[in-house]
Ligand binder design. Structure first.
Ligand code: AMP
Length: 405
């Protein structure tokens, strides 16, 4: 059985971690994933561990007993996520991601779990979900203890056009947080490879955090062959659809561009039904990848295009995305550049003039949210599109009504 590194914390450090995203995770020693003995009833306190367990098992037991698992929060392809709290401090909430046992991986951990664990341990940033601890439960099930993000995800906000109204300043704030997260991943040679609105979870303080690193991988070695079958189809860049085996951070930047377009349109920008349909949509919306705009593209293993559409110019984008201003449109176009070598990098995205142009990004506490923000959402709804809100002066974005699109 593979060993699982355990991140150790005191109750105090966990509570500090959960409250402040700017914390430092200290990696503790590794423990084997030996099958733990049956746990005592959940009320048992203080934490006592049977003396018959070996050291690694004892450490795992101690870690496991720090947490109490509660109701189910959600389910992904390879894990079920539960609400949990610290046994010693019940007001400190956490999310416990229990990796499902997969038949094919009886001899070790499922690769998604390994990726998530490895990369989350390495990446500590305010816009990346924090890994607080790891323990194995019965049947050698791996449990990742994550910071609890109670305000849903960006997809919920985008889709809830009846209740959530937002504008360019809010989009700029969310895009800033997403871009910083991706920049940080790429600076650390990690590709996320599944950026989409429902992997962007929202903390109680409005901070957006990139989650679900189950498809992430390192990309320090440019010669290594990588699978092209990654990234949810609607957010997948043309190089992967054409079967590229060598790629870079540009794949994530494309996904960031499609999320940007989706935030403005409040609907997925390129919602292909199949991979062929996805390529067709890209050709129609952005232009057909060809040798003149992307030298070498026709040699990619699965290159096939339905029609020759010239690459769309700025006017075309202005008509659809003009609400984010000329600089916003420029940034969007740079993220959705067909040729991955010419596509803007996450680092250059952060240097783009859009961030400094009006309107300024909304402060986290003023961002629309799913829960706890009802009063603010109600106020937003009362405000009619086109109305200027005196208190929020420069927040011009609030005048915009993207929901009506
Ligand atoms: P995942 O497997 O990471 O996609 O998680 C599945 C679902 O669980 C997500 O869509 C969320 O609804 C929920 N979830 C995951 N992580 C958290 C978290 N840290 N805090 C709150 N809910 C979460």
């Amino acid at each position: 059985m593979a060993v699982s590194p355990v991140v150790t914390h005191t109750a105090e450090s966990v509570s500090r971690t959960v409250l402040s995203p700017l914390k430092n995770l200290a990696s503790g020693p590794t423990s084997s994933n030996g099958t733990p003995r049956p746990a005592p009833p959940p009320t048992a306190q203080p934490c006592t561990v049977p003396a018959t367990l070996d050291l690694a098992e004892q450490m795992n037991e101690e870690e496991k007993r720090k947490y109490v698992k509660g109701k189910k929060l959600g389910e992904g392809t390879y894990a079920i996520v539960f609400l949990g709290h610290l046994r010693a401090q019940p007001s400190t909430l956490v999310a416990i991601k229990k990796i499902k046992v997969q038949k094919e991986y009886t001899e070790g951990m499922a690769p998604d779990a390994v990726r998530e664990l490895k990369h989350l341990q390495e990446l500590q940033h305010p816009n990346i979900i924090s890994l607080l601890s790891v323990f194995s439960s019965k049947d050698q099930n791996l449990n990742l203890v994550l910071e609890y993000l109670p305000h849903g995800d960006l997809e919920m906000l985008i889709r809830d056009t009846d209740n959530v109204r937002y504008g360019a300043a809010d989009i700029k704030a969310w895009m800033g947080m997403l871009t910083r997260a991706i920049w940080f991943c790429h600076e650390n040679f990690v590709l996320h490879r599944d950026i989409k609105p429902n992997n962007l979870l929202i903390a109680a303080d409005g901070e957006v955090k990139l989650a679900d690193f189950g498809l992430a991988r390192g990309f320090a070695d440019p010669h290594q062959i990588m699978t092209s079958n990654v990234i949810t189809r609607w957010y997948r860049p043309p190089e992967l659809l054409f079967g590229a085996k060598h790629y870079s951070g540009a794949v994530d930047v494309w996904s960031v561009g499609t999320v940007f377009a989706e935030l403005v349109m409040r609907a997925p920008y390129l919602p292909g039904n199949t991979e062929i349909d996805q390529i067709r949509l890209i050709c129609e919306a952005i232009g057909t990848p060809a040798e003149d705009n992307w030298p070498g593209v026709t040699t990619l293993p699965e290159y096939t295009v339905p029609a020759q559409v010239p690459v769309r110019g700025k006017d075309w984008y202005e008509m659809r995305f003009g609400t984010v201003g000329s600089h916003g449109v420029d940034l969007l176009m740079k993220t959705l550049t067909l040729n991955p070598r010419l596509r803007i990098t996450a680092r250059d995205m952060l240097r783009h003039p859009w961030w400094h142009a009006d309107p300024k990004p909304t402060r986290n506490e003023d961002l629309p949210s799913k829960a706890g923000g009802e009063a603010k959402m109600g106020a937003d709804l009362k405000r009619r599109p086109g109305m200027i809100n005196d208190d929020r002066g420069s927040k011009v974005a609030r005048k915009l009504d993207f929901g009506a699109r």
